[in-house]
Design a protein around this ligand. Structure first.
Ligand code: SF4
Ligand code: SF4
Length: 63
């Protein structure tokens, strides 16, 4: 599946709190049309900050 090799936000568990959006040092996370977090692969520097701050562990960053 496409999502398995790239950064992925679990859209089922993400509840749109915005913590990751505010924590990302390069502004790589925005909300999609459903209010769920979405990572811009071109901007992401794989720092893993979003992974650690998400209260429901909805983000998995692939190195
Ligand atoms: S890994 Fe770092 S740069 Fe990439 S989306 Fe998460 S917080 Fe932003
Ligand atoms: S921190 Fe987690 S729950 Fe909150 S918007 Fe980001 S991915 Fe969704």
């Amino acid at each position: 599946m496409e999502g398995n090799k790239t950064n992925a936000v679990n859209k089922q568990t993400c509840f749109g709190c915005g913590t990751c959006v505010n924590a990302c040092p390069v502004g790589a996370i925005q909300f999609d049309s459903n209010g769920k977090a979405e990572i811009d692969e071109q901007k992401c520097i794989k720092c893993h900050t979003c992974e650690s701050v998400c209260p429901v562990a909805a983000i998995k960053i692939k190195d």
